[in-house]
Design a protein around this ligand. Structure first.
Ligand code: C2E
Ligand code: CA
Ligand code: CA
Length: 426
């Protein structure tokens, strides 16, 4: 099938109006090359017209996956954005997405479909699992406004060939960082949904690298675990976080600090005792510290893990079940560990207001927390829509970029004071 050029439609069957939402994307669309993959001729034409309405000039068309793959391989300059239907003959959209994930060409993707939103959301997850950068899904009919909104997420700079995998470090870099205390906690605020009050902070490990700057756990935690050094990292985080929290208390900021505990650390039955003496040395009340445990961490070495967790709870520490809902035995963990907090995984929070399934999962998780008499915390809250949805389901606490990014201890206090004042002014 030939690429269509502007004005080549002999019968303008379809016209498209450009709305306000489409305006900022117009400039962006002009510089990009699109490929529309859709078996239904009229639908395909509607897509082409909608793309033109937002300024797109270079648009190729294909009626099914195989044809699309051929166009992609031969295209020069390369295709930037593929707009793809799911239900097509020969190679359908799902198979096409799989091939796209395996190919060296990595355009971004927009999926259009008449399928119900639940199915579209599974396709979204599938595309991400195949390594495709998905701009989003559109329920048919696709309009210029819907396309324009998704295109706002498209990076208009030339595509880099490498996927942005976290840069991993080598052994000696990690060991040096641990020895020189260059792995430090950044603190991310946790606020009460009902009042907006700051109630705590989660400590998230960051590595200060002499050349590469501040690195996230994705580039070092796995290596630290492999090297058998996780206990040192946990310990350093606990010490620095307890010290920070003790400082906050002295400054009149009565909030908790949460620290992530790794699998390896829980296997040592002496852990609880050591943490208890640590906070006592820092003059911090154990009730001000929450230990976050992922389901998988709680699962290995059941005996020592349960001994540690029960003892910590007895001493007054808070215990949080992290990434709730992502493991395969959440309920079992909840029934045997005395948790005080349930942390709902970001995957259920993200875009919840527009996803029927996620709404139901949020409702049930909150219901579960309420009936167990423990606090529910939503992580990864990024938008007003998500915040409102969490209010609706009665979630207690929120954490995420919508409130603030994780920040160094030195910035946290100033942020907290400012946040408190903003609240007073409301
Ligand atoms: P986690 O415990 O689930 O932490 C939440 C992660 O989500 C953090 O990533 C945080 O920066 C990020 N995040 C917070 N708000 C948002 C948001 O609104 N949107 C998005 N997209 N992300 C958000 P980070 O800091 O990269 O940490 C990743 C994971 O590394 C953590 O996941 C935790 O499992 C692990 N980790 C972090 N610090 C430590 C540590 O001191 N010890 C151990 N064992 N693991 C740690
Ligand atoms: Ca956590
Ligand atoms: Ca989590």
């Amino acid at each position: 099938m030939k690429p269509s050029v502007p004005g080549s439609l002999n019968a303008p069957l379809v016209t498209a109006e450009i709305g306000a939402a489409a305006m900022p994307a117009a400039g962006k669309a002009r510089g990009l090359r699109f490929l529309v993959v859709e078996d239904h001729p009229l639908q395909r034409q509607m897509l082409v017209v909608a793309l033109r309405a937002i300024g797109a000039e270079k648009i190729d068309e294909a009626a099914e996956g195989r044809e699309a793959l051929q166009i992609l391989l031969g295209a020069e300059p390369r295709v930037d954005v593929v707009v793809c239907d799911l239900d097509m003959p020969n190679m359908d959209g799902m198979a096409f997405i799989r091939h796209l994930g395996g190919s060296t060409e990595q355009p971004t993707l927009i999926v259009t479909s008449a399928l119900d939103p639940g199915l579209l959301s599974s396709v979204e997850t599938m595309a991400r699992a195949y390594g495709i950068r998905l701009l989003g899904t559109i329920e048919k009919p696709a309009t210029p406004d819907k396309l324009a909104l998704l295109l706002l997420g498209q990076d208009s700079s030339p595509r880099s060939s490498a996927k942005s995998a976290p840069q991993t470090l080598n052994e000696s870099e990690v060991i040096a960082a641990l020895e020189e205390d260059r792995i430090v906690p950044y603190f991310q605020p946790k606020v009460a949904l009902s009042t907006g009050a700051l109630v705590g902070a989660e400590a998230l490990a960051r590595l200060r690298h002499p050349e590469r700057g501040i690195l996230s756990p994705a580039s070092f935690i796995a290596l630290v675990e492999q090297l058998g050094l996780i206990d040192r990292l946990t310990w350093s985080m606990l010490r620095q976080s307890a010290a920070a929290c003790a400082t906050w208390q002295r400054q009149g900021l009565d909030i908790t600090v949460s620290v992530n505990l790794s699998q390896g650390s829980l296997a040592d039955p002496s852990l609880a005792g050591r943490i208890t003496s640590l906070v006592s040395r820092q003059h911090l009340d154990p009730r001000k510290m929450v230990l976050e445990i992922t389901e998988s961490a709680a699962m290995t070495e059941v005996g020592p893990a349960l001994e540690n967790l029960t003892r910590l709870r007895m001493k007054g520490f808070g215990l949080s079940i992290d990434d709730f809902g992502t493991g395969y035995s959440s309920m079992q963990q909840l029934s045997r560990i005395p948790f005080t907090e349930l942390k709902i995984d970001r995957s259920f929070v993200s875009g919840a207001e527009n996803h029927a399934q996620r709404k139901i999962i949020l409702e049930s998780s909150n219901d579960l927390a309420r009936r167990l008499g423990i606090k529910s915390v939503a992580e990864g809250v990024e938008t007003q829509g998500e915040w409102d949805e969490l209010m609706r389901v009665g979630c207690a606490i929120a954490q995420g970029y919508f409130i603030a990014q994780p920040m160094p201890a030195a910035e946290f206090l100033a942020w907290a004071l400012n946040w408190g004042q903003q609240k007073l002014q409301r």
